[in-house]
Design a protein around this ligand. Structure first.
Ligand SMILES: [Fe+2]
Ligand SMILES: [Fe+2]
Length: 324
């Protein structure tokens, strides 16, 4: 996703020095900026040394630059080393959270735009999910990631947000790590079928007419179609196909009332993120307003125990909700 936003003038993108492991040989070049010039710090196949990092700290330099045409190598390095960064207590929590959130949104953007034509990106996605699950089990880490969450709606950030909330809640309900990886990848891909919905329907500012609504309601089934060449676990598929089911049987596409608990978790997280994000048809609500609306208006449709757990733990994050 690291496309050059400024035409051909900028040839580099900024990254935090905290995202670069010292003493590790890299496949990309690292530059620092001096005035308007980029100065080479380490070449390909060279390691960014601890003493170089310390020197940059002392100069108050926390941002280094990578050439755009080496973005693939940088992303590959992050996918392979995310856990070393996430669990390194020497790196400020905010920087670790930022490294995860930026990588996850980049990956999500690529997965959605490639419509999963190959399973190459999907393997990266599973790898990132696997390395992140323990990190996302802690309320203070969730709070740190939440500060980065975009409140403007983009399909690729929505996917990451629903994954973040779901991974946290699944951990609270003691699902095992393997299951969280399967369910978490379902949370990540839950709306992938929207990439097959016509743009004008998906982004219509006003209410959808009946015909448009019927098309929109097809996105869970389209999601299964979009992932047909991947070997997904049945739990991942259940999340993709059934994340709009409701406990009163009024959901879609199968109108089932017996919804697996893990799907109900993802559904709660999906609704919460949608309500707290600006959409073309509605302004974002505060977490308090969102939880209140879910409790007052959706109590027959969603699992109230999951909602209570969600509210309880979000109460430990800064901008929150000390409900009624
Ligand atoms: Fe959906
Ligand atoms: Fe969604």
């Amino acid at each position: 996703m690291k496309s050059n936003q400024n035409g051909d003038l900028e040839q580099f993108f900024p990254v935090s020095i905290y995202s670069i492991q010292p003493n590790k040989v890299n496949d990309f070049r690292i530059y620092i900026k001096r005035g308007n010039n980029y100065v080479l710090l380490t070449n390909k196949k060279e390691a960014f040394s601890l003493s170089q990092r310390d020197r940059l700290y002392n100069l108050n330099i926390e941002t280094v630059y990578i050439p755009y045409n080496e973005a693939e190598s940088y992303d590959r390095y992050l996918v392979e080393n995310l856990d070393k960064i996430l669990y390194d207590e020497n790196i400020p929590l905010h920087e670790r959270s930022k490294t995860f959130y930026n990588l996850a949104t980049d990956l999500s953007y690529e997965v959605i735009n490639e419509k999963l034509s190959s399973d190459y990106k999907f393997k990266d996605l599973l790898n990132v999910i696997d390395q992140t699950i323990d990190f996302l089990s802690k309320p203070e880490n969730l709070a740190s990631v939440r500060k980065l969450i975009s409140h403007d709606y983009y399909s690729y950030t929505h996917s990451v947000n629903v994954f973040v909330y779901s991974a946290f809640l699944l951990n609270q309900y003691n699902y095992d790590k393997k299951d969280i990886t399967y369910i978490g990848s379902g949370a990540f891909l839950h709306d992938i079928g929207k990439s097959l919905i016509p743009h004008h329907t998906l982004n219509k500012p006003g209410a959808l007419n009946n015909k448009e609504w019927e098309i929109m309601k097809k996105h869970p089934e389209y999601g299964i179609e979009a992932c047909s060449n991947l070997s997904l676990s049945y739990k991942t598929k259940f999340v993709i196909r059934n994340h709009h089911e409701k406990l009163d049987g009024e959901g879609y596409p199968d109108r089932i009332k017996k919804i697996p608990h893990y799907v109900q978790i993802v559904t709660c997280c999906d609704i919460f993120d949608a309500l707290t994000t600006n959409r073309v048809y509605a302004n974002k609500r505060s977490p308090f307003e969102a939880f209140k609306l879910m409790k007052d208006k959706m109590h027959k449709q969603i699992n109230l125990d999951i909602l209570a757990t969600f509210i309880k733990f979000m109460g430990k994050s800064p901008e929150t909700v000390h409900s009624e």
